[in-house]
Design a protein around this ligand. Structure first.
Ligand SMILES: Cc1cc2nc3c(=O)[nH]c(=O)nc-3n(C[C@H](O)[C@H](O)[C@H](O)COP(=O)(O)O)c2cc1C
Length: 322
């Protein structure tokens, strides 16, 4: 499967990378309920850990055929290490694309000059793009924010990345200083789109399908990347397609919600083994969020320690809401 950002049908709709969330199990679930072309961005992995051949990190880059086309995101700050990590992953798993995280605002990432810190060092950022491009034969995209603290920083930075050879940019419409506060500025994202000739994806605050047309119109971007809106709602991409086709977003019935949640749990424990049951709780909460009368069942489910303990609660929940 080949990924060509320039010719992919518009608007491009993609799952945004989320650490501890957009793993193989979740990407497979999203794909299983989506009937439109969809690109998955896999959660970030450390280039240093890949190059050290850390088993856990290498395991995170494994790809199931159902998830393709898949873009593997990498973080790091050393161009040579980033290139070597991409070479190793490409050789082992052949993702359809690579992405570099130049937008993560989290302290443990930026204090090592990774993530959003690269926006303060355009020369190094360009060096990473050039080094990675020299070893991979698939597209390289970069995910950035509006800037460190000045939301216009991104315009010059985007031009630097384009000149270095980036094939696509995603812009989260907030600065690093904003973290997750305020609202994503889709207009400013649109100024990046207007400043470069490579495709640009708009990211931030498309929490429900009905917001997608506005994000696309205001930003003028080639597509959108959805992160938090997909948690507990892997159907958001199909719902966006509904809305963009002029239909109301499809409503997901409770039995369908529970069926997909069970399938997600199957895939999650297939990926992580029995210990995966505990780390699935966060997904469980999201699947049941906002459902009337779910709270007592959710509270009981979230303390279940095994699948066998969980199942009677799920059955009772379905029966009570049937
Ligand atoms: C739990 C979580 C983990 C994230 N991990 C990553 C990551 O690994 N790489 C990345 O570029 N962005 C990461 N992000 C940022 C999202 O991809 C996205 O840019 C941000 O949440 C805004 O989009 P949204 O409003 O659709 O959620 C993460 C966000 C969340 C909530």
């Amino acid at each position: 499967m080949k990924l060509d950002w320039k010719t992919l049908s518009r608007p491009i709709i993609a799952l945004s990378p989320m650490a501890d969330m957009t793993d193989s199990a979740f990407c497979r679930v999203v794909k299983s309920v989506t009937d439109i072309p969809l690109v998955m961005f896999r959660e970030m992995v450390s280039s240093e850990a890949v190059v050290r051949r850390n088993d856990k990190t290498l395991g995170m880059t494994d790809i199931h055929v159902d998830e393709r086309p898949l873009v593997q995101q990498i973080f790091g700050s050393d161009p040579a290490v980033m290139a070597e990590a991409a070479r190793i992953i490409a050789e082992d798993h052949h993702p359809e694309g690579f992405d570099v995280n130049m937008g993560c605002p989290v302290y443990k990432i930026v204090h090592n000059f990774n993530g959003a810190a690269l926006m303060q060092d355009p020369k190094r950022a360009a060096g990473i793009v050039r080094a990675m491009k020299s070893v991979i034969d698939v597209p390289l995209s970069i995910k950035i924010r509006l800037g460190w603290s000045d939301p216009t920083d991104c315009i010059e930075f985007a031009k630097v990345l384009e000149a270095a050879g980036a094939d696509l940019l995603t812009v989260h419409g907030r600065t690093k200083a904003q973290g997750y506060s305020g609202v994503a500025d889709w207009e400013m994202v649109g100024r990046v789109k207007a400043a470069v000739s490579i495709p640009v994806l708009c990211n931030g605050d498309v929490h429900k399908a009905e917001l997608a047309p506005k994000a696309l119109t205001v930003s003028g971007c080639d597509g959108i990347l959805i992160a938090r809106g997909a948690l507990g709602n892997p159907w958001i991409f199909a719902q966006i397609d509904d809305v963009l086709s002029g239909k109301p977003a499809r409503i997901i019935s409770l039995p369908e919600r529970v069926r997909v949640m069970r399938r997600h749990l199957d895939l999650h424990t297939e990926q992580y083994g029995e210990r995966g049951f505990v780390s699935f709780r966060k997904h469980l909460s999201w699947y049941l969020k906002g459902i009337p009368n779910a709270k007592p069942f959710r509270d009981a489910m979230c303390v279940a320690k095994t699948r066998a303990e969980l199942e009677p609660h799920l059955d009772a929940f379905l029966a009570a809401n049937g």
